[in-house]
Design a protein. Structure first.
Length: 322
């Protein structure tokens, strides 16, 4: 039991207790009352009652005192050694048993090279389908070449490949070159006005999502319920997207306004800035402003406020909201 006055357990001896014991060894005995100031002093180990006077204590020989103090400690050590032996005998034979650490449902990948390596590994295992959602107007040629290196072997195994891009990607020659190198019966591409962030799903078993805005980290998701949810969301977006082979319609009769310009017009009417419009449509701010200029020229607007009124009057807004 710990001694609150001296702050240590009964297995230890404080300086005061050792001083009293040393004094008793020198004088041959010590008054029992003197030990009252050291309540942690184990009388049975260091002292024995004086047979001639109960008010005094006689010191035990140091070897005997040491043996008596060590006895409970050695017993506890022995018990612990026996417990260790029991555990070792039970678990050591299992050390050679094959054990596979369960894969976490969601893994955070850091660094573009690490992310790409993991995506490549998943692509090598795919058998049925690859689903991707790629926001933005264009994808760098190097990125498309990396994608082709992963999708071609999957296509050779008969896997279907579906891509969703934004409408603005239709004008990318690099994307068209990428599509021409994949089997037409296995590749399907659709576009939509706006898209959520990047999403890749392999065989509806593993999915990849960006983990931060600059995409230097990614989430690798293996949880079946979460992957299925993402796949169902993808299927919904797919039904809303326009097949790549279909021409995007113009809007008002007699006004050659493209679908992208129609989207720009709608977002302008919503009060979006040029930067916000560009981000939502996956185009550059410069391209966005070029579309606005084209709208002003087509409708004969002299100012952007004038453009807003003409957009409504021309029927463009009604078409875009249909």
């Amino acid at each position: 039991m710990p001694s609150h006055e001296h702050g240590h357990s009964a297995d230890e001896l404080c300086e005061e207790a050792l001083g009293l014991y040393t004094q008793a060894l020198t004088t041959g005995r010590i008054a029992r009352a003197a030990t009252a100031t050291a309540p942690c002093l184990p009388d049975s180990a260091l002292f024995t009652p004086d047979p001639h006077d109960s008010l005094w204590l006689r010191p035990a020989p140091p070897p005997a005192a040491l043996a008596q103090l060590l006895h409970p400690l050695s017993r506890r050590v022995l018990d612990q050694v026996r417990a260790i032996d029991v555990l070792a005998k039970a678990l050591i034979p299992l050390a050679s048993t094959p054990y596979q650490r369960p894969s976490p449902s969601v893994t955070v990948l850091y660094g573009r090279s690490t992310i790409q390596a993991s995506i490549n590994d998943s692509a090598r295992e795919v058998r049925d389908e690859i689903l991707t959602l790629q926001p933005g107007s264009t994808r760098p040629l190097q990125t498309l070449q990396l994608a082709l290196a992963g999708t071609l072997p999957a296509a050779d195994r008969g896997a279907r490949i579906r891509h969703i891009y934004q409408h603005s990607a239709r004008y990318s020659p690099d994307l068209k070159a990428y599509m021409s190198q994949l089997p037409g019966d296995l590749l399907e591409v659709r576009t939509m006005e706006q898209a959520i962030d990047r999403l890749i799903i392999f065989d509806r078993r593993v999915a990849y999502l960006p983990a931060n805005p600059d995409r230097s980290a990614a989430l690798k998701i293996r949880h079946p319920g979460l992957v299925q949810y993402l796949a169902r969301m993808y299927d919904l977006l797919w039904t809303l997207a326009t097949p790549f082979g279909e021409t995007l319609p113009t809007t008002a009769p007699g006004a050659p306004v493209t679908a992208v310009q129609q989207s720009v017009a709608r977002l302008l009417a919503d009060g979006c800035t040029d930067g916000t419009i560009a981000e939502k449509l996956g185009i550059s701010v410069r391209t966005c402003r070029a579309h606005i200029a084209k709208l002003m020229q087509t409708l004969g607007a002299t100012t952007r406020t004038h453009l807003g009124a003409l957009l409504v009057r021309s029927g463009v807004m009604e078409e875009s909201e249909a």
